[in-house]
Design a protein around this ligand. Structure first.
Ligand SMILES: [Zn+2]
Length: 93
């Protein structure tokens, strides 16, 4: 399980001094959150986000992430149905 607080990565994409892993994580958060917001709260979204786009340690997995947005508290949970890698993104406001 990966627990990520989105605000820690806010601005990392545009910050030339941000380390590469932080940029990658920020990008991952962006795509997962964008996908999660396509569904209603509590509605699982079958995204096209490849599992291998997820945080390290990267595994060569061809699964596509499922994304679920909840609002009590506001969080976005993601999981790979193939390898079981999963995480929760919170504090994105
Ligand atoms: Zn996977």
């Amino acid at each position: 399980m990966y627990f990520t607080k989105a605000h820690h990565f806010k601005g990392a994409i545009d910050d030339p001094k941000a380390p590469a892993p932080a940029k990658q994580m920020a990008q991952f958060i962006n795509v997962v959150m964008g996908s999660g917001c396509k569904g209603a709260v509590g509605e699982k979204v079958y995204s096209k986000i490849p599992c291998m786009a997820g945080p390290s340690p990267r595994t060569w997995c061809l699964g596509l992430l499922n994304v679920l947005r909840t609002d009590g508290p506001a969080e976005i949970a993601w999981e790979c149905p193939e390898c079981g890698k999963a995480g929760v993104i919170s504090e994105f406001d």
